[in-house]
Design a protein around this ligand. Sequence first.
Ligand code: MRU
Length: 345
Amino acid sequence: MEIKTLEFKDEKLYLIDQRKLPNSFEIFVCENYTDVDFAIKDMVVRGAPAIGASGAYGVVLGAKEYKHLDKKDFLEKMKEVSNTLNKSRPTAVNLMWGIKRMENIIEENKELSPVEIYEKLKEEGNNIAKEDVKINKAMGEYGNTLVPEKATILTHCNAGALATVEYGTALGVIRSAFYSGKDIFVYVDETRPRLQGAKLTSWELVKENIPCKLISDSVAATLIRDGKIDLIVVGADRIATNGDTANKIGTFMLSVVAKTYNIPFYIAAPISTIDFNIETGKEIVIEERDDEEVTHIQGVRIAPEEIEAYNPAFDVTPNENITAIITEKGIINPPFKENILKLRS
Ligand code: MRU
């Protein structure tokens, strides 16, 4: 079954509105780059690779808006477009990576007219989207080599088709294992506060009849202690060159329990999620989101008016808690620092 998280056609970006799932399936149409900026901030689209591709298409829509200007004004406006989109969310490095690819296209083609640059940008946006699907399938195949013939797998957040252009990273590994005929069962963490597990991962797995059960986040430790989990696989938003990995809040806690009970803990992420400019996880900016995501559920207040919330959207799992990192170029084992740097192209 094919889920197209995003698609660029008729000079617009079409996004599955992930705020509405699983109760309704709606498409959010971005006509200009400020729509894309809003869609990323408000999590119409979310998940590192999906944000990366959307940011890139945001640059395309910026060029669409300004391609009538003379070259100098066009190039200046395009800087504003990149700056705005770069700030829409801070943690997933794929956003900055996608925008940087578009900036490179502008730089390489700056002798062309704005209309011609726009066409080049569209091509590059489509390349990013196509590559993403191939990358996820490759990651799925490598990751599948780590999954036993019969396995119970735990995952956190949504690193599925909805977090990418199609297929997914961690869920891509799970899909590959399932479609290769393995007898797998998946436990899905609900993933408070935004409930990406309950709303999105469950939706994807149920749609494809992949055997699964939803659990509240606090159940994971008990399942692991009781020997009910064979491996954990999650996605990533930014990986430092020493292997420290930022992912959805709660991932770190899961990694600590996995280490205590000696359960393999895998990260599945494309090379574009590695930030080659940083050495450790300490340098990763962790997004803090609105109190309301914690004090309210579905718009209904569940905590007293007087209480403030602390709501970091991500945490950093230290490299020593990670068994291996699954990428499209193969599986990276420790020592991470040495092996990650070998991948730098
Ligand atoms: O806040 P979100 O929903 O954008 O966070 C998503 C995650 O943390 C995912 O696990 C990560 O982006 C990997 S997606 C393939």
